[in-house]
Design a protein around this ligand. Sequence first.
Ligand SMILES: [Zn+2]
Length: 305
Amino acid sequence: MVTLEKVTVDSFEKVFPLFEDSSELIIPKKYFQRLFTKYWDEQEDCLGYMLVNEDKVVGYLGYIFSKRMCNNKSYKFCNLTSWDDGTITDLKLAELLEKYGIKATFYLPKFIDNSLQRKDIIAIDQKFEIGAHTLSQPDLTKVSLSEAKKEIKDSKEYLEELLGHSVAMFCYPYGTHNKDVREIARSSGFIAARTAEPGGLDLPKDPYQWHITLFASNNSPLMALKIWWRFHLWKPGALLDWENRAKSLFDLALEKGGIYHIYGHSAEFGRTNEWDKLERMFKYISNRDGVKYMTNGEIFEHSPG
Ligand SMILES: [Zn+2]
């Protein structure tokens, strides 16, 4: 007889063979296991449900999103933001994020003009997550493998030495990567790596090709078009302006559930004088019932440190 049972942390070994059967399984077992910690789930008394047939788990429905009610129906949704490059404008960005209670991951290279100082990086680390972004931001698909290795590995060591704890997340400069580069990110000990490719509202099939939902910028019309098309936004305003796009996508994510992940560069807001726009967007997406605000690394494990 098939029964429906609640999934708890202890159910992992029983449920895991199901993931293994899936031909799309790329995430290593230990990272799947982290999804079974109570992390996601302060509001639930279980991690989902499994169908059990004679002691064998034959189906699994996981709860990984925070819960919200919308039109009398319950939805699961979480919110992520990530910000690249570690310039001094990140301080203003961190202030705004804090003001609106939005979590974030800052991806910092070692060498960049107008860089944050060590003390700034340490201060940001207290409230947000810091991820690695190579030493000098080369296009990793255009340098030699040994150079790519050095850029990736050493950026992890540099930040870990500075912060005094492990750094779990990596982000590819320019979002460019290939199989070799992804393998270096994995073998260097990062649990996942973020790209700059817009994708759906779901978890990545491959944690080393982690898509975003939206780029907070009008500098990439092609990406704007891709997002507009992919999510069927169909309002001209959402094609022409990122603030409009960010709000429309947020509404969509609220309605459907999933992971809403916005990324950008604080240096750009200074150049384009878009701080007001950013603040309006933060205000719009902040303090919503049922939305869980998380750093990138919290998807897979507790924030390091
Ligand atoms: Zn960058």
